[in-house]
Each structure stands twice: as C-alpha cells, then as structure tokens.
Write a protein of this length. Sequence first.
Length: 155
Amino acid sequence: MEKYLSEAKEELKRADHLLYVSLKYTRTVDVIRNIIERLINSLELTIKDLLEHAREKKLIKEKPSNVGIMCDLIKKTFADEKIKEMVNFFLMLRKISRADYKKSSEYRRHVTMAVILDEIIINISIDKIKEYYEATADFLDYSEKIILGEKYEEY
C-alpha cells in the first residue's frame, strides 16, 4: 500500500513552501497556479493510493489509469462522504487549472486569480488558496489513516 502516499506528501510539502514562502514574497498569480498544480498532484496520488488499498482489500478488480474513471470508481467503492467531497474538490481544481483566468492586484496582499467555471466566477486569493491547501492536507491525513488501517471504514 502506501505506494503513492510518500509522493503525495512531497507534493504537499512543495505546495506548503510555495504558499508560505514564495507567495509571501512574490504575490503573483503564477505562484497561485503552481500551488493549485501541486494540490492536484497530491490529491491524485492520494486517490491512486486509496484505489490501490481497495484493490488489495479485493473491493475492486483493477485500478484504472484514466483520472475520470478513477474518480467514478472511488466514489462507488467508498461510501464515505468526505472522500466523495474531496474527489469533487479534486475535479474542481483540475477544471480551475485548465480554465482561462484573469489576474488582479498582483504584487499586493490581495493578489487574486479569477476563473470562470460553469458561468460562475471563482476568485482565488491568498486566503482561499490556504483553505484549499488545508483541505488537501486534511484529506491526505484522513486517507493515510484509512490506508494504514487506523480508521475503520465502511466500504
């Protein structure tokens, strides 16, 4: 198990550095975009490890390589609402990373990346990206407990 967890933790460390060091001094949308990419990588690796765990527990036969199929499978395999919520969050981050964006207040405290998703404007500021980071870190810890067997989970 734990095949991808260490890699996911490394991606999260990189996001942490970008958030608390690079963004503090640079305050650009490019740094925010890089943080989003690191969070996506961390979440994807965590999802892969959860599917690997499910495969080892014989809950699924094989682990797909397509991200969309992986997300559908993990939602079906795990009845846990937190996992379903984070998979939806992961898919939203992927859409954000691919969407066109606008920059505002660069080089200032209120640097913001504005993205239009499904006709809704999402403003990603320093505070919002911190929320995304914390949600990703919580999910990584939660998933680690499931994978290591510290938390009993109904599948």
